[in-house]
Write a protein that binds this ligand. Structure first.
Ligand code: MSP
Length: 680
């Protein structure tokens, strides 16, 4: 039987156009909805708009519109944005809908009939923009609203009250016995401390404005906007009719399935008010309330007055919808605050998407076409199993899938993404190490099998990545899926994550298409590059390398490049200088047992002696190597080759059988640069 999963976003205030903060909450909820559909759950994904309240009434008046006319003019902006960002919501709720009015009034009556609502007088400090009363203790220095910092006014009004204090104990007990109820944990602790200071009864009606749902039987009062807004989560399931299949499935009596995704600013309403209202109405509580952090913009709080509000539609149109979605979830751990900047976005796109994923995909597809007639090969792990880097080997991928699943289900999107990146990086490393362009030239059976291994494993990694990244980048992953020769759509797939399903697609014909993630060259980046090239007094940058595959090993073949021909793939002197190339002297060399290619060397690079394993054993005997002066990439991350750690790489050019080491051996001893000298 399918598991049900109910996922909601907050309903958005309509007094403003949507910004990047709104987009963040909705994209995160969409990722969860898509993930749960992918693993076969029955999902209901809800978003909507919060349209009542004094602020809306005021803004509409300022624009010479009736409140309803005003909200009707804003709601399409939200719907349009969600369409653009590929939000797959199943429901959209507006609090001005008749079904919602009926639902809120019913809930009010239920609480009233139970004796949990009474009429009294409320007096406190009130912030009009936030529609919140504050006690004097809560006010910020200078008597300002603790949320928005604006002035507050003392307000006294007749009000209906909800006996929230009555539910304090029950709520605390629920939170303590349900560790998943409030996520992340730091926020749960905050809420627990707040409740323990004592819950006050909640004022739930207003007489100071009209734009709201009237209190049943007392038209002078409208229902407090948070009671109105929170109820949306059950209205959308058909409340007050709780006897329907839909209601029972998504708001069940036992084993709750609802997850409310919200920002940290509205946690108290969701984790205190909402559960108390539900407890009073004798309705089940949601499963999880997960709150995320806030975005600042280039280090500053987003605000209209600063003019730094980011329009998500403009960003998505300029940089790509999936790229924007990826950035939001990859850049900061969910729950923590993050900073949005276009430079950070472009960096992510270029480094993660173009260089890592795009590069892996593009060159694998290209090489499968070029060397294997376009047919995805079956890897054969019996040959060379040990030289496959850790995370491209099948059981490791299965392990990563399980890890990814746990992380997605605990809302750790950024860790889930990094898990996927482990295999992407290793698959790229596999290609660099095994050099399929060289293997393809060999007639030896072993090399042919190796070629299948490398390209088959890379294709599997791409397939597994497409599945895992689909919830985050649905459009681009569909493209990759199609280019891997699938005739299905990822959106229709139901994938049992635990199975090694990604494996069985050898024989499929790849379909070539454009590179999914071209690099982005912004004017700013171009200007920066030009400036640093000028500063280094460089002549114009070198032309792109020819597509020979015979260049220095350090330099990737043209099939390594994710760009289409039209895209500039030159690098600046700064980029080049990131590679720490040093003169090294080979002190010792010996063959790695059971390998005809690998040699283990001890190389003096000035400050230290490194152990480096290189694939140069077919062209050089260990005896020929000792005493040579070579060029070492000294800041390469260590890697294990056949279980032996290699702490760098030596540069060489040419085919594996006849390659030549780059070096200074032709230079006489006196003129030879000393070990450790930087090569530039
Ligand atoms: N209408 C209420 C929610 C009622 S839900 C029953 C509301 N609306 S809102 O439009 O102000 O905010 C909606 C969501 O946007 C919240 O989750 C909020 O945290 C999020 N964000 C608004 N600004 C944000 C940032 N700068 N950064 C990240 N998210 C922020 O509150």
């Amino acid at each position: 039987m399918k598991n049900a999963f109910y996922i909601t976003t907050p309903i958005y205030y309509v007094n403003d156009a949507p910004h990047v903060g709104h987009a963040y909450t909705t994209v995160a909820a969409d990722v969860l909805a898509r993930y749960h559909r992918l693993i076969g759950d029955d999902v209901f994904f809800l978003t909507g708009t919060d349209e009542h309240g004094q602020k809306v009434e005021k803004t509409a008046g300022e624009k010479g519109l009736k409140p309803q006319e005003f909200v009707d003019s804003i709601v399409p902006q939200y719907k349009e944005l969600w369409r653009l960002l590929n939000i797959s919501n199943d429901g959209f709720i507006r609090t001005t809908e008749e079904r919602h009015k009926k639902s809120v009034q019913h809930l009010f009556k239920v609480l009233q009939d139970k004796g949990d609502i009474y009429k009294g007088e409320y007096e406190d400090w009130y912030c009009i923009p936030c529609e919140s009363f504050w006690t004097s203790l809560q006010l910020k220095e200078g008597g300002k609203c603790p949320d928005c910092g604006r002035p507050v006014e003392k307000l006294k009004e007749e009000s209906y009250f909800f006996r929230m204090s009555k539910y304090e104990k029950q709520l605390l007990e629920h939170i303590e016995t349900h560790p998943d109820f409030i996520r992340p944990e730091s926020r749960r602790n905050e809420i627990v401390s707040f409740i323990k200071t004592g819950l006050r009864d909640l004022s739930i009606s207003r007489t100071t404005f009209k734009w709201g749902i009237p209190v049943p039987g007392d038209d002078r009062h409208v229902i407090y906007v948070w009671l109105d807004a929170l109820t949306n989560y059950i209205t959308a399931l058909g409340y007050p009719d709780t006897d329907t299949e839909k209601f029972k499935k998504f708001w069940p009596e036992e084993n709750p399935v609802a997850a409310h995704v919200i920002g940290k600013d509205i946690l108290r309403f969701h984790a205190v008010y909402w559960p108390c209202l539900l407890l009073a109405a004798e309705l089940p509580l949601p499963k999880t309330i997960v709150s995320h952090g806030w975005w600042t913009i280039e280090g500053e709080k987003m605000s209209k007055s600063k003019g730094n509000v980011i329009d998500p539609a403009a960003v998505a149109k300029e940089y790509g919808v999936d790229e924007f979605r990826y950035f939001l979830l990859r850049e900061v751990p969910f729950g923590l605050d993050g900073d949005f900047s276009k430079d950070a976005l472009v960096n992510r796109i270029n480094s993660d998407l173009a260089n890592d994923l795009g590069n892996l995909h593009f060159r694998t597809i290209n090489m499968i076409e070029k060397y294997l007639g376009g047919e995805i090969p079956e890897p054969n792990y019996d040959v060379d199993e040990k030289i496959l880097p850790f995370n491209v080997y099948e059981p490791e991928i299965l392990g990563l899938f399980k890890k990814y699943k746990d992380l997605m289900e605990s809302f750790s999107f950024n860790d889930a993404i990094q898990t996927v990146w482990k295999m992407i990086s290793d698959a790229n490393r596999l290609i660099d190490l095994q050099a399929p362009w060289t293997l393809a030239k060999s007639e030896a059976t072993k090399d042919k099998l190796r070629l299948n291994n490398v390209l088959g494993s890379s294709a599997q990694v791409i397939k597994a990545s497409a599945i895992m990244l689909y919830p985050i980048m649905p459009e681009k992953m569909e493209i990759i899926w199609e280019q891997l020769g699938h005739s299905t759509h990822l959106a229709d797939e139901k994938i049992p994550i635990e199975k090694t399903f990604w494996r069985y697609f050898a024989g499929q014909k790849i379909v070539r298409g454009p590179a999914p993630f071209p690099r982005i060259e912004t004017e700013r980046i171009k200007a920066k590059k030009a400036a640093s090239a000028a500063a280094a007094n460089q002549p114009s940058p070198p032309a792109p390398l020819p597509e020979t595959g015979e260049g220095l090993k350090k330099v990737k073949e043209s099939v390594n490049e994710p760009q289409t021909a039209a895209v500039d793939n030159r690098i600046t002197i700064d980029d080049f200088m990131k590679a720490d190339l040093r003169i090294g002297k080979i002190l010792e060399a010996e063959r790695v047992p059971k390998s005809d290619k690998l040699v283990k060397m001890k190389i003096d690079i000035g400050a230290e002696t490194r152990q480096i394993v290189g694939g140069i054993g077919k062209a050089y005997s260990p005896e020929e190597l000792v005493g040579r002066t070579v060029v070492v990439v000294a800041n390469l991350k260590p890697a294990k080759l056949m279980g032996i750690e290699s702490q760098g790489m030596v540069l060489a050019a040419g085919d594996v059988n006849t390659l030549k080491l780059a070096g200074f051996d032709a230079v006489d001893d006196a003129g030879k640069p000393a070990p450790g000298t930087r090569v530039k």
